[in-house]
Each structure stands twice: as C-alpha cells, then as structure tokens.
Design a protein around this ligand. Structure first.
Ligand code: SAH
Length: 216
C-alpha cells in the first residue's frame, strides 16, 4: 500500500505538473495539504484520484487539478486577503491559506461550516482561515475589499456585489460561469474600475445558490 505522502506526490507530479501547472508555490501547497483528511472516511481511499470527491449532500471537493488551476490563476502571494465563496470541506481554503495572508471562506450549509472548521483545525490552519456561515453571493462586506476571490460554485453571471468587493488595484477573481452542464472558468482582473475577463477552461461545478439568509 503506498503511503498518503506517496499518493499525494504522484498526484502533484502526474495530475498537476504533468498537465501544465508550473507554479512551484502552488505545487508545494498541494503537496503539503493532506487532502485525505478533508474527505469522508467512506471514500478516503480515492482522496488523491483525478476526480472530484463527494463531501455532503450533493456537494463535492473539486478535482485536485481544478483546485491548483484556480489557485495558480489567482497568482496568490503572502499579502493577499482572499475570499472563497463555497468553503465546503475547507480543502481549497487550506491550499490557498498556504499561498496568501488570510482566507475568509463563506459557506451556506451549517453542517459544512462545522466540517470545514474541524478539518482546518486538524490541519492547524485556523489562524489563517476564517470560516463564515452565510450567503456568498453577498460577499463579506465586513472584510472587503479582497485582493483575490475564488468562487467554488457556478452561476449564469458574476454577482456584481463580488466585483464591488474586489480590490480596485489589481484584484483577481476566478469563478465558473454558466449553467448546470456547461460552464467556463473565468478569470477577472479589476484595475481602476476597469474589469478584464478571460476564459481559463471548461469546467463543471455545483450551482451557486442565492437568496439564502442566515438563521441567526
Ligand atoms: N471549495 C470546497 C468545495 C466547494 S463545493 C472544498 O474545497 O471542499 C461548493 C460549495 O458551495 C458547497 O459547499 C455549497 O454548499 C456552497 N454554496 C453554494 N451556494 C452558496 C452560497 N450562495 N453561499 C455560500 N456557499 C454556497
């Protein structure tokens, strides 16, 4: 049986470097975060497989390649304040936390907020990631602007509030844009009020749900 470390290393070399992810900091972060610890016991054996993994009700952790591609596209550095919409298990937030200054991960499902918090505590990353219960389509005004925003669920259009909360001097955002079966990962850059947008790749994410309000 190969060790988790061996499986993780094979994932980084084969699925990431082998497919064009060349940012050494991203590769290192992907090699450092124990993905198997963010995945339910029942399918932990597939933690390093080249596919998304179920976490809870119909939600999934993205495929490793997608997590790495999103982090690399954001060109994160140690000064970045990051907002992640759709914290899920906390895995992508953990990867980004190793590349940035702080990650605010917002998640609408209270059960997943608890899961992400305990996973991040086990990974000793609670000081670098704050998990918030809420509707990520509203962003997180309290700590905005963010120099990077990563959206882990798809919508037909980019919520304008998220663009408003993006730093105006070179803020970057990645988000899957489209419908249930066909989406495009878009990279956005905001500078002096101007928004530039590129297509990164075709993708398939769970839907971003809107209109949810906190029970508190
Ligand atoms: N990044 C996560 C995976 C996210 S899956 C990880 O690494 O594990 C997408 C997540 O988006 C789901 O957990 C879903 O509950 C959440 N979500 C969907 N709509 C949302 C919204 N409006 N606000 C916050 N979270 C939302």
């Amino acid at each position: 049986m190969p060790s988790w470390e061996q499986l993780r290393n094979e994932m980084v070399e084969g699925q990431l470097r082998g497919r064009g992810i060349s940012d050494e900091r991203v590769l290192q972060a992907m090699n450092q975060v124990p993905r198997h610890e963010f995945i339910p016991n029942t399918n932990r054996g597939s933690a390093y497989a080249d596919e998304p993994q179920p976490i809870y009700s119909q939600q999934t952790i993205s495929q490793p390649y997608m997590v790495a591609l999103m982090a690399a596209s954001l060109e994160l550095n140690e000064t970045d304040m990051v907002l992640e919409v759709g914290g899920g298990s906390g895995y992508a937030a953990a990867v980004m936390a190793l590349l940035a200054r702080h990650v605010y991960a917002i998640e609408r499902e209270p059960a997943l907020v608890n899961l992400a918090r305990s996973n991040l505590a086990r990974a000793q990353l609670t000081e670098r990631v704050t998990v918030i219960t809420g509707d990520g389509t509203l962003g997180y005004q309290h700590c905005s602007p963010f120099s990077a925003i990563s959206v882990a669920a798809a919508a037909p259009t980019i919520p304008p509030i998220l663009l408003d909360q993006l730093y105006d001097k070179g803020g970057r955002m990645v988000m899957p844009v489209g419908h249930a079966h066909g989406q495009d990962l878009q990279l956005i850059r905001k500078c002096d009020g101007e928004i530039k947008q590129w297509s990164v790749t075709a993708c398939r994410f769970v839907p971003l749900r809107a209109g949810w309000t906190s029970p508190n």
